[in-house]
Design a binder for this molecule. Structure first.
Ligand SMILES: *[C@@H]1O[C@H](CO)[C@@H](O)[C@H](O)[C@H]1NC(C)=O
Ligand SMILES: [Zn+2]
Length: 262
């Protein structure tokens, strides 16, 4: 009897701890979730170089250009006006994890002409969704198989799935927009040494949209901070909060629909 009681007490405690951890995670923005999932990773030699926290590149020469504006990177449109993007979800995910990923993939059907669909052997270009080290994606269509990594630990949230898929669709981070200096002041003095490149400016696909503090692609105020001081402050009012998105914003959706002429 005592043993039973002890067992149930432990079970109750475990349940309480799990739901606490769960609700704490629910409070985090996509930017915070990505930072948490991608910190202190031990990455293997066959994984790509990451820049800006979660963008994969294959060589150092890719560092300074946005592949989408330098050579084009969009996915093709079918005669019915839809953009079909083949994907394969690796079998190492559980069915619960697969359903989070699928919900993220399917969300695009409700607000755009993007249709992610299961891959077939005849597909030339496709996304391989895998749990590697951390959450990351290449920017735009690369040709052939391209990995989108959603680590089982830390990346399986609706907003992080959408964020990585937006990279694969051709979008970069909001704070790298070439007009960002009108909206955000970058405080390099607070940035961890060696992380300054994360605040580069590049020619991104803005599609005529205005700068969006609420974009799911906007990092938070303290991203890559070395001293708990902000690394970015909004202009003109530094008290305005930003980088809190938990899913795609209206502007993220508008930009996507413009790029793909949905
Ligand atoms: C920002 O917040 C600080 C502290 O609450 C306040 O003193 C300051 O006036 C605010 N600045 C603006 C522009 O609202
Ligand atoms: Zn990203």
């Amino acid at each position: 009897m005592t043993r039973m009681l002890t067992f149930s007490a432990v079970a109750v405690l475990l349940l309480a701890a799990c739901s606490w951890a769960h609700s704490e995670t629910e409070e985090l923005s996509v930017s915070e979730l990505l930072e948490r999932a991608n910190s202190n990773l031990v990455r293997s030699a066959d994984e790509p170089i990451l820049i800006e926290g979660d963008i994969a590149i294959d060589s150092e020469s890719e560092r300074n250009a946005d592949p989408c504006t330098s050579r084009g990177c969009t996915w093709g449109k079918y005669t019915d006006g839809k953009v079909y993007i083949p994907y394969y979800i690796n079998n190492h995910f559980s069915s619960r994890e697969k359903s989070i990923i699928t919900r993220g993939l399917e969300s695009f059907s409700s607000f755009s002409c993007i249709r992610f669909r299961p891959s077939r052997s005849s597909d030339r270009d496709w996304l391989s969704i895998e749990s590697q080290s951390g959450c990351w994606s290449y920017v735009g269509r690369r040709g052939g198989k391209q990995v989108v990594s959603l680590a089982r630990q830390g990346c399986l949230y609706h907003g992080t799935v959408q964020h990585e898929l937006l990279h694969a669709l051709g979008f970069n981070h909001e704070q790298t927009r070439n007009d960002r200096d009108n909206h955000i002041r970058v405080l390099l003095q607070n940035v961890q040494s060696g992380m300054e490149h994360n605040f580069r400016k590049i020619a991104t696909l803005n599609q005529g949209t205005s700068y969006d503090y609420n974009s799911v692609m906007q990092y938070h105020k303290y991203a890559f901070s070395k001293n708990n001081q902000p690394t970015m402050l909004p202009i003109p009012n530094p008290n305005v909060s930003f980088g809190n998105a938990k899913e795609m914003s209206r502007t993220d959706i508008a930009r996507l629909n413009t790029l793909y002429k949905c």
